[in-house]
Design a protein. Structure first.
Length: 77
């Protein structure tokens, strides 16, 4: 079974949706600002309401990434 690497943008979306850093912090910070539509101070990332909003905004893009994953059942047991 071969693993596919995430792009930096995919890692940023996964980080934003899951709340777990999966790539460079800079990429996550930029993605959060893109999702929110304004500059975001790093201390704001500790705000639960803001991060809940980020997670909701990131979810459609994360689901699109998952839908684009190859469906290779040939290696399934």
């Amino acid at each position: 079974m071969s693993a596919q690497k995430l792009t930096r943008d995919q890692a940023a979306i996964l980080s934003a949706a899951a709340g777990i850093l999966c790539g460079p912090f800079f990429d996550l910070h930029k993605k959060i600002e893109d999702l929110i539509g304004r500059p975001v101070w790093t201390h704001e990332m500790g705000d639960k309401e803001l991060m809940d909003k980020v997670k909701k905004l990131a979810l459609p893009e994360l689901l699109a990434i998952c839908a684009d994953m190859p469906n290779d059942d040939s290696e399934a047991a």
